[in-house]
Design a protein around this ligand. Structure first.
Ligand SMILES: CC(C)(COP(=O)(O)OP(=O)(O)OC[C@H]1O[C@@H](n2cnc3c(N)ncnc32)[C@H](O)[C@@H]1OP(=O)(O)O)[C@@H](O)C(=O)NCCC(=O)NCCS
Length: 149
């Protein structure tokens, strides 16, 4: 089942993101950052365990970002990633968000859900505030994709 995250999920969220962040495949999230933004997160839970996490971050008028989407490495290819993205899109609709974007190295995964590539320059300026924390800044090689709801 997918549900909104609680403070109790924070250790699992951090552990799920960690291997990808260590390989530079996504931004790491500090504990402080996770506490401040826990209401953005949803988790996929089975039994007593969290198997995947995703965040919907509101960016600007009508637009939000899916961030920190990560599935436990031993639970890939089971449909969990796409289920979490669809849950975030439903959440976005309920908030009257009109467009959801993502910055990613896994463009093909998002294209299967209906996202399409856009020029990063077309995204609101303020989304780049977190990029200064990225080891690759300012040479970002992630792809930007967007979906209209
Ligand atoms: C990308 C990621 C979320 C996919 O999660 P997943 O649970 O394995 O994906 P699903 O099982 O829902 O896959 C859905 C479809 O996408 C495809 N897919 C999954 N990962 C893919 C990838 N990296 N590249 C291309 N296609 C991919 C699957 O084959 C599947 O296709 P199908 O419907 O034709 O069978 C997961 O690999 C992950 O956590 N990656 C690391 C972090 C990351 O890159 N996050 C995204 C940016 S924030």
């Amino acid at each position: 089942m997918i549900r909104k995250a609680t403070l109790n999920d924070i250790p699992f969220i951090q552990e799920t993101i960690k291997p990808y962040a260590e390989r530079g495949e996504m931004l790491s999230r500090t504990l402080n950052d996770l506490y401040e933004h826990i209401r953005d997160f949803s988790v996929y839970e089975k039994g007593n365990g969290v198997l995947g996490v995703a965040a919907l971050a509101l960016s600007w008028e009508n637009i939000a970002e899916i961030r920190s989407l990560a599935i436990l490495e031993n639970r890939l290819s089971l449909g969990i990633g796409s289920a979490l993205v669809k849950y975030c899109l439903e959440e976005a609709r309920s908030l009257y968000v009109k467009k959801v974007f993502v910055l990613t190295y896994t463009a093909e995964f998002f294209k299967k859900i209906g996202f399409h590539p856009i020029d990063k320059e077309d995204l609101p300026q303020k989304i780049w505030k977190d990029c200064v924390n990225c080891s690759k800044f300012p040479a970002c090689d992630e792809q930007a994709l967007i979906i209209e709801l």
